[in-house]
Design a protein around this ligand. Structure first.
Ligand SMILES: Nc1ncnc2c1ncn2[C@@H]1O[C@H](COP(=O)(O)OP(=O)(O)OP(=O)(O)O)[C@@H](O)[C@H]1O
Length: 256
């Protein structure tokens, strides 16, 4: 089943074309990667899919529904969640509160009921806490729910960020460089973790990642962007042996 489709999406910033005619298909249950040198347009592609940027051209469909011009919160509510390149947790809040905040998207009580702690709100709140604790357990963050989120080791903060995204009940999860800043052990654990959440939460995952071990290890297919243009698309083996891809990466190294 097709979960997400982008048809020729293009994003121009003034005279700069950050992404040009990008075509994407994500099928249910797939883990698909988006790679490319710095500034290739990967985050811009994510920002278009999640409604942060409105494409200059092209259309985006979630389960057949046109979401191109929807606001980010509407897109999240439909079932697309994301994490960010730089961890964006509420640093001074507890681990549990960070997840609870994301849960509020699905709360049915209105503001009056919340402020007055109306019975319906109290019941919903209890359910949310239970659901959040369960979620934390599923991502391996047990017994740290009352810790300040900033006190967690880096790898755990990344898991918390993913838990927060999962709290919005997504069907499609976009991960922006989940292995950034991780040590080799954390990176290895992350690879298993991504597969595990795909299975446990019945997800389709689209991930930007520079860490080739992670990308090649878990991706079914890979899209490669360079200067906003898709220079290759294929399975890990095809991408590893693709001459244009090799040149794009070597070019970056030579310029460094
Ligand atoms: N809001 C914006 N306004 C103007 N230019 C932008 C904006 N966002 C991105 N760009 C430009 O678009 C191009 C693509 O940037 P983008 O961040 O999407 O690349 P990336 O592949 O995600 O890079 P990295 O791997 O370094 O995160 C860059 O030249 C960048 O400077």
């Amino acid at each position: 089943m097709e979960m997400l489709r982008a048809d020729n999406i293009t994003m121009q910033f003034g005279g700069l074309t950050a992404v040009k005619d990008f075509n994407l298909v994500l099928n249910k249950g797939e883990i698909v990667a988006l790679i490319g040198p710095n500034g290739a347009g990967k985050t811009t592609a994510f920002n278009m899919i999640t409604g942060v940027y409105k494409p200059t051209k092209g259309k985006i469909y979630f389960k057949g529904k046109d979401i191109t011009y929807l606001a980010p919160h509407r897109i999240t509510k439909l079932g697309i969640a994301r994490t960010f390149q730089n961890i964006r947790l509420f640093k001074d809040l507890s681990v549990l509160d960070n997840v609870l905040i994301a849960n509020h998207l699905h709360i049915k009580s209105n503001l009056f009921e919340a402020v007055t702690r109306f019975p319906r709100y109290r019941i919903e709140e209890k359910e949310m806490i239970k659901k959040s604790l369960n979620l934390l357990e599923m991502v391996g963050l047990t017994n740290v729910e009352n810790e300040k989120s900033s006190s967690l080791p880096y790898g755990m903060q990344r898991r918390l960020e993913i838990a927060r995204a999962l709290a919005t009940n997504p069907e499609v999860l976009l991960l922006d460089e989940p292995a950034a800043g991780m040590n080799p052990k954390e990176t290895e654990d992350l690879t298993k973790f991504i597969k595990q959440i795909r299975d446990d939460f019945d997800l389709t995952i689209f991930m930007i990642e520079h860490h080739m071990q992670v990308v090649m290890g878990i991706s079914k297919r890979i899209y490669v962007l360079d200067y906003g243009v898709t220079i290759a698309h294929g399975n890990p083996n095809e991408i590893q042996n693709n001459q244009r891809v090799i040149e794009a990466y070597l070019g970056v190294e030579n310029n460094a």
